[in-house]
Design a protein around this ligand. Structure first.
Ligand code: 39S
Ligand code: MET
Ligand code: ZN
Length: 758
């Protein structure tokens, strides 16, 4: 039992860390390039932490998360804390260089795998647990951040990924048993950490356990009770806060409450307050009530949130106001967003605005709503305009959707389609292609920034992008690829680009959110009904096609991915929003077809990402997601070839849905999983074209011809070569030009070798 702790009232579970103007991105990338020294990087990091903590303190927060800063990823940080990095990086002497090698690889070392953090667009690095992995506490980072915070007078609450979540997210390597079987081996390191934190003067520590809102493994509630029973039995320790978020912990909540932990954080945006109020064991706990949405950008309905808090007053021992999860997933501040109209601006809250909301709610809980009447009035007035704003209700779109029938989501018989398409396209066996983007060079980005600042005009910009397209077409012809792409130079991002052209979306000026490492995205905001005022891609694709006799793929992003990578309105179902986007994409495919495109790719890399965390909710999601994709792709004739592309995930659970998309050709990430996905596709009865990625594009490594030929030979064993395509794992936008030329040259050469043996 901790001998001395006080409950707190006002907090947040975590914060963004990339910097309000992406300072950390620039510093880390500068360090990698040798432009920034380690000491300068450390100074930038310390400054960002100090600014974040100070802001929270100024908002009256009486418990402030620390150790939520990271140079790359908090799961990787936890692996470092447990000394559980793979042996292949162990020889790298400098700790920072070792860390970055584990994160992104180098010429000699492949990095850890990267995958999605629950149902978000944030990616974490997957810890590898082998039979010989030994866990040893390395508390240096966490203690250093605590010391920095204490020196600044910050009431620091260190945050770590808890043992259950760490192990359920890790993967077994080299024949090891499932990582979760190592729980008894990992706990001593956590025990030792608790002891260090007492020495450091820490009052509360937060263990993040979002795995408790999933069905990742059987028996999670029982495991939680056993593990936190043991952790809370440690005699010398700070008070323990276990944070569940991204959903409802279900019976894990009661299980945690039966242990000796002092606090439990619950997500009351995703979860159900009545279920929390019904747990009697919470009567002696601090309940950290996540009533302000940590991962979406809508302004909080303060009346509703205060009502939720009031529901808990009778059942919780004490109550703190918080966000539902870390604000890592939202931009820093609305302040730079000067281009928004007043209505829209009034509906939004980014991280800074959320801190104000948390603080207002905590004070209203203490002193009564009247004590903060102005804030409540402002919230009410702003949200009232959402009900009446005509942009949220477009009758034309709504009646069009209401009239959709099964015929609108169904194409002709697949094998007939493929025959007609082949008659039109006349492709060789094992057609070679790429996924869409070519390197987004800094020249391209600088041109776009110059257009934005008015330094060049639209015509000059279009000229530059056309020159890029011409280069990319010429390059592909030279390398000898069969199906070409235009390279996507004109796109800042595969989702934002479309959102900027669709009514119902608004893009932000500076709303950067970390996607992985130093890579950021600016998720657009889907606030209204979606309308496509005009064709979005046809001119670029037609131009590219005019330069070559080979087919150029039309290139679109699918409705599920546009939805997944946007901040989405919360006043209607996701399915309704997906279908509205699907209609816009459908109209675009029809326009592309009319302009002469024979192949159109509709990317759905986020299909897996929105999969609900609870098994019971999965079938309904997959049903509407597949239907939205099919709505977007069923408007074209049978001899137009529809491709789709999927990446960044474990496909096992969605393999049936991938087959149900009924794309003519599916390119799918496969290199890192050694083509295993092909057997799964066969088992799901998938009989259309498939392009398993033959090399990993997330690493600067150039694959040699023999290696690609080997991947292809493996693929041919699983798939009839008549259906097989050859392509990389994903788009090439993050790669350098030289790597791309070398890799694709080898890809074409390997294909020629394998074709000769058919
Ligand atoms: N939304 C989304 N989510 C996704 C993916 C994706 O492609 N999009 N892919 C996966 C994640 N992979 C990703 C891969 C790359 C980047 C990426 O490269 N991001 C870029 C920003 C891309 C962008 O928006 N670029 C803009 C703005 C570029 C910019 O920073 N411009 C400078 C000025 C130009 C310069 O000096 O370079 C500025 O505004 O200050 C553009 O090209 O116009 C970055 O972090 O650097 C992000 C995610 C899964 N989730
Ligand atoms: C994250 S999937 C990327 C697909 C897109 N067409 C590209 O090549 O960049
Ligand atoms: Zn991809």
């Amino acid at each position: 039992m901790p001998n001395n702790y006080r409950p707190f009232t006002t907090t947040v579970l975590g914060t963004p860390r990339i910097g309000p103007n992406r300072e950390l991105k620039r510093a880390v990338e500068g360090y990698w390039a040798g432009r920034v020294a380690a000491a300068e990087l450390a100074e930038t990091a310390a400054g960002l932490r100090r600014d974040t903590w100070t802001r929270l303190k100024d908002n009256g927060f009486d418990s402030i998360p620390v150790n939520t800063f990271s140079f790359y990823d908090q799961v990787l940080d936890t692996a470092v804390m447990l000394d559980a990095l793979p042996a292949r990086v162990a020889a790298i002497a400098d700790p920072l260089d070792r860390y970055f090698a584990a994160a992104r690889g180098n010429a000699d070392v492949t990095p850890l795998e990267m995958t999605k953090w629950f149902d978000t667009n944030y990616h974490y690095l997957v810890p590898e647990i082998g039979p010989d992995t030994v866990f040893t506490l390395r508390p240096e980072k966490i203690l250093a951040e605590v010391a920095q915070a204490h020196a600044l007078g910050i009431p620091a609450r260190p945050v770590v990924v808890g043992p259950i979540t760490f192990l359920t997210l890790a993967k077994a390597v080299d024949g090891a048993a499932a990582p979760i079987t190592r729980i008894d081996d990992v706990l001593p390191a956590y025990f030792e950490l608790l002891d260090h934190l007492v020495d450091a003067g820490v009052e509360w520590v937060q263990f993040d356990e979002p795995s408790l809102v999933t069905d990742a493994i059987n028996g999670l509630p029982e495991l939680a009770e056993a593990v936190y029973g043991r952790l809370s039995a440690v005699t010398r320790r700070p008070a323990l806060l276990v944070a569940t978020y991204f959903g409802d912990p279900g019976s894990a909540l009661g299980a945690l409450a039966r242990t000796g932990v002092e606090g439990i954080a619950v997500d009351l945006v995703e979860g159900d307050v009545a279920a929390v109020a019904a747990v009697p064991e919470l009567a002696n706990k601090l309940v950290v009530a996540g009533v302000v949405d940590g991962r979406n950008i809508w302004r909080t309905d303060l009346d509703h949130a205060l009502g939720t808090l009031a529901t808990l007053l009778g059942s919780a021992g004490s109550l703190a106001v918080s966000t539902s999860c870390s604000t890592l997933h939202v931009p820093y501040s609305l302040e730079p967003e000067t281009g928004l109209d007043d209505n829209l601006r009034g509906w939004l809250a980014f991280a800074d605005e959320k801190y104000t909301e948390v603080s207002v709610l905590a004070k209203a809980l203490r002193d009564g709503r009247e004590s903060r009447a102005a804030a409540f009035d402002a919230s009410r007035a702003a949200l009232a305009t959402r009900v009446t704003d005509p942009r949220l209700h477009n009758e034309e779109v709504r009646s069009r959707l209401a009239a959709i029938t099964d015929a609108d989501v169904t194409r002709g018989e697949a094998s007939t389609r493929l025959d007609r398409q082949q008659a039109k396209l006349g492709l060789p066996a094992l057609p070679t292609t790429t996924i869409g983007s070519y390197p987004q060079t800094s020249a391209i980005r600088i041109a776009r920034a110059a257009l934005r600042k008015g330094e060049i005009d639209e015509a000059a910009y279009v000229e530059k992008m056309r020159a890029e397209i011409a280069d990319v077409i010429a390059l592909q012809e030279k390398i000898g690829l069969d199906v070409l792409v235009h390279g996507e130079p004109e796109r800042n991002d595969m989702v934002q680009y479309f959102a900027e052209q669709l009514d119902g979306f608004v893009a932000t000026a500076n709303g950067w959110v970390q996607s992985y490492g130093t890579r950021c995205v600016r998720p657009p905001i889907l606030y209204g009904d979606v309308v496509r005022p005009q064709a979005m891609t046809v001119e670029w694709i037609s131009y590219a096609q005019s330069l070559t006799g080979k087919p150029v793929k039309g290139m679109l992003t699918g409705p599920v991915t546009i939805l997944a990578w946007s901040f989405v309105r919360n006043d209607q179902s996701l399915a309704d929003s997906a279908n509205q986007i699907a209609l816009a994409i459908r109209d675009e495919t029809v326009d592309l077809e009319r302009s002469g495109a024979a192949i159109i790719q509709v990317d759905e890399p986020a299909l897996r990402e929105l999969l609900p965390l609870r098994d019971a909710d999965k079938p309904a999601y997959l049903n509407w997601a597949v239907r939205a994709f099919r709505l977007s792709t069923s408007g074209v004739a049978d001899d137009t070839q529809i491709h789709t592309h999927l990446c960044y995930s474990e496909f096992g659970e969605v393999i049936g849905a991938i087959a149900a998309l009924d794309a003519d050709v599916t390119s799918i990430e496969a290199a890192r999983s050694k083509m295993e996905v092909l057997d799964d596709l066969n088992a799901a009865g998938f009989a259309n074209g498939v392009g398993p990625g033959v090399y990993d594009i997330h690493s600067p490594r150039v694959p040699c011809t023999a290696e690609i030929a080997e991947s292809l030979s493996a693929a041919i064993k699983a798939i009839d070569p008549k259906r097989l395509w050859v392509n990389p794992d994903c788009g090439l936008k993050t790669r350098g030009a030289d790597e791309v030329v070398a890799s694709l040259t080898n890809l074409v050469e390997a294909t020629q070798q394998v074709r000769a043996g058919l």
